[in-house]
Design a binder for this molecule. Sequence first.
Ligand code: GDP
Ligand code: IMO
Ligand code: MG
Length: 432
Amino acid sequence: MANVVIAGTQWGDEGKGKIVDLLTQYAHCIVRFQGGNNAGHTLVVDGRQFIFHLIPSGILYENKKCLIGNGVVLDPGVLLGEMKELAENGLKVSPDKLMISENTHLIMPYHNRLDLASEALKKTGKKIGTTGRGIGPCYADKIIRKGIKIGELLDKDLFKEKLLENIDEKNYILTKQLESDPVSFDEIYEQYRKYAEDLAPYIGNVSVELDNARKSGKNILFEGAQGTQLDIDHGTYPFVTSSNTVAGNACAGAGFGPSHIDAVIGILKAYTTRVGEGPFPTELFDATGDAIQKKGNEFGATTGRKRRCGWLDGVIAGDAVRLNGITGLAITKLDILSGQPTLKIATEYEEGGERLACMPGNIRRVERLKPVYEELPGWDEEIGDVRNFDDLPAKTQDYVKRIEEITETPISIISVGPDREKTLLLKNPFEE
Ligand code: GDP
Ligand code: IMO
Ligand code: MG
């Protein structure tokens, strides 16, 4: 029996969805514990692509339980949309397949409006480049104790009271401070009462469900969203998301004790991407960056924005190993690097004549960082059909081994294509 956390090590979009889908075969419960529909997790099964924003990536399997923890911020319209789309594809989501924690906070229409309006008012250089899904304002309400939990939707009077208070305040901010239009209490009330009817059978106590699963010897897989450099505390603040994305939050965000976590798999793309604003030390502004962007089809799975691309950053990989307690790495998109004559990995940063071995906290310093690169020879062969480490070209093996050395962490998984089977499972974290 093992309980495993999947965490992004970079700025998100490392391929977490693919690895969660792959490892779901060994787990019984698959749990989202933070973030919301800012996430876009892509799965490719038998050539068919699915993108999930809220539903855990284990949903394509029969007889698995998917859970949405209290640490998630949930837009009920988006969740119901995903459930409908799955039903149209012949995959009916029923309450025995999906449970939502009663403590999960709701994204309300005014959160999206506040997110978009406050971004629109920011000057160039100050914009975060959020996904516009209301994530920041929803977490802000939760922390300032004004949020509405999904369990409270089922209590008509409590919901009405909290919604009235919120609408008063949000309409003041929208109209007086953000030069935007007000939202309507009646429309939101009617819409969310309908959501309450549709979602009531799915709402429960996720913590108790996970505890029961653990006690009966079932494996649990925790599906992180975003990545370590987008973490609210440890990332490149303020160009981050509004939750803790590191593995430790799997416990607080699902109601699960830290002593029961057995392994943490860090997902590391073989190069680096970032979508949205904010500093990115190894970013490439040349033809190599464009080539990686094209070959890697690097477009945001949520917003469709072009992802910025750069070399692998060993400094943030090392930070991620420390911050998440990573026991094994999954290297993804290694196939995209085929054909590059030379590959670079940043092993340190340089700033004002000083060498740095980890990401500094001050954003002005982060903006000034210059990566110190190590160069490795590339390989020409396409590797999408390779399934054994020894069958990889020698230079590909060397690149992987160098990542292992730099991060001082074993490589558990290598991914060489978007499909479930395009994977080398070197060490199964459920069998440690
Ligand atoms: P996530 O947010 O971490 O789940 O990642 P995304 O789904 O946003 O982005 C990863 C993209 O890379 C998706 O389009 C995946 O289908 C794709 N992908 C994942 N692993 C691999 C791989 O090893 N090789 C290739 N070529 N594509 C991959
Ligand atoms: P997955 O789970 C990549 C980025 C946004 C923006 C910043 C804040 O697919 O890896 P937010 O809407 O969260 O307030 O935006 O965070 N961001 C992501 N970037 N992958 C994600 O999720 C992201 N979720 C948020 O682009 O820069
Ligand atoms: Mg993504």
